[in-house]
Design a protein around this ligand. Structure first.
Ligand code: TYD
Length: 215
């Protein structure tokens, strides 16, 4: 973990396949940290700033073939850049904890993996335009069959990536687990098949450790 996290806030991202229970856990962690007196900013990608929320509607709604994978990389990265400039960097500079539901690892997986191998393009654009990684990334690992059932049950308007099907979700799971090894300094893998309270407790434990609050 970053040495100076306490001076400049802590940047935590959550990752996982669709339906991994991320959104619930993100909210619970924010409550947990606020209860122990932290100033927490809860946000999400794509979105999190006014401009990025506009891009969110462009990328998540409409025809699944609306954009090529390359165009999507540009759109998600544009949204991320705005989010970083307007919300994430200022909050960290004020010493706050930023919890972000998805960040660049999602682009590495969804755009980098789902329609051919575009990981190198994602990484190049990331280096050029974003250039930061979270201090801590919590991966909620989950059986895709279970995750897909949950995701499809939601029936929203933002379904473009949720129709991927079981085999691609399986590849995504493996991809996220591989990322957790590639970036093992910041990734912590949580078993999402446990009951929600146990998942939350595991997340509190790794977060408190990152904050130096468990000893
Ligand atoms: P999200 O609202 O987090 O959905 P979920 O609760 O199912 O995780 O994310 C919306 C979708 O956007 C999700 O299917 C993943 C996709 N996505 C990308 O394809 N690339 C990205 O860079 C990000 C951040 C999200």
């Amino acid at each position: 973990m970053n040495e100076n996290v306490t001076q400049r806030g802590l940047f935590i991202s959550f990752e996982g396949i669709d339906g991994s229970g991320k959104s619930t856990q993100v909210t619970r962690l924010a409550q947990h940290l606020r209860a122990s007196g932290h100033d927490v900013v809860l946000t999400r990608e794509p979105g999190g700033s006014a401009g990025a929320e506009e891009i969110r509607a462009l990328v998540l709604q409409g025809d699944p073939d609306r954009w090529s994978a390359e165009t999507e990389i540009l759109l998600f990265t544009a949204a991320r850049r705005d989010h970083l400039e307007r919300l994430i960097r200022p909050a960290l500079a004020e010493g706050k904890i930023v919890i972000c539901d998805r960040f660049a690892d999602s682009t590495r997986m969804y755009q980098g993996l789902s329609r051919g191998d575009l990981r190198a393009d994602v990484d190049q654009l990331h280096d050029l335009m974003i250039g930061v990684e979270p201090d801590l990334t919590i991966l909620i690992d989950m059986d895709p069959a279970e995750g897909l059932k949950r995701a499809k049950g939601r029936q929203g308007t933002e379904e473009r990536f949720e129709d991927f099907g079981a085999s691609l979700q399986e590849a995504m799971r493996a991809g996220f687990l591989a990322l957790s090894k590639e970036f093992s300094d910041r990734f912590r893998v949580i078993d999402g098949s446990q009951n929600m309270d146990k998942v939350a407790a595991d997340i509190y434990a790794v977060t408190d450790k990152a904050l130096g609050e468990n000893n």
